[in-house]
Ligand binder design. Structure first.
Ligand code: ZN
Length: 198
């Protein structure tokens, strides 16, 4: 039985769809917003409006930013290392950036191969990666340590076979089944430093 009016109920239902929030937390969050309308609810609404208008997916790497190409692709210093790190999701890119991995560039696949879920090569941004790869001296496969992540890494390695491009993967500081986004920055930057050749 809804407590507030339909507008409040809709807000709760939308927030409940966010990762990490269920209906109970969403209800608490909405109540908190309503109680702090001036300090929180109005600025949040304005920030959402601005983000909706500004947000872009980078046409080069798949990162989200307010410009395309994104600030990482547009920064010439980022190309100097010759390292391109392939990640499943923007969250992984952000995790690596938080870990301060240095002047590297990224490629966001937008998922992993998963025959069971009907996700094949055409559903991922693989062609863009194959196209970009020759411009880099090293491709680091930073998929999550899941079966699907490793299957995807093998597929990319096969696609790039014979190109002579050096391919590496994150070292096994990354726990099996581990998702990059949940690793602490130290572990992540260590896993990159100790990466191994494929
Ligand atoms: Zn980009």
């Amino acid at each position: 039985m809804p407590n507030g009016g339909p507008e409040i109920e809709q807000l709760i239902q939308l927030l409940a769809r966010l990762p990490g929030l269920g209906p109970r937390s969403a209800r608490r969050a909405v109540l908190h917003l309503i109680k702090r309308k001036e300090q929180l609810m109005i600025p949040l609404s304005a920030a959402l409006d601005r983000a909706v208008a500004a947000v872009r997916t980078c046409e080069v790497c798949g990162n989200v930013d307010t410009a395309s190409p994104c600030s990482i692709c547009a920064d010439p210093r980022r190309g100097e290392s010759g390292i391109l790190i392939v990640v499943e999701d923007v969250a992984d890119l952000w995790a690596l950036e938080r870990a301060g991995v240095g002047n590297v560039r990224y490629h966001v696949l937008g998922g992993v191969l998963s025959p069971l879920d009907g996700i094949g090569p055409d559903d991922l941004h693989l062609d863009g990666l194959i196209e970009r790869a020759p411009a880099y001296g090293e491709i680091v496969l930073a998929m999550n340590a899941t079966v699907e992540g490793q299957t995807t890494a093998h597929y990319i390695t096969d696609r790039l076979a014979g190109t002579g491009i050096k391919i590496t993967r994150l070292a096994h500081g990354v726990p099996v089944g581990g998702e990059l986004d949940y690793l602490d920055e130290g572990t992540l930057s260590q896993a990159l430093k100790a990466r191994t050749a494929l």
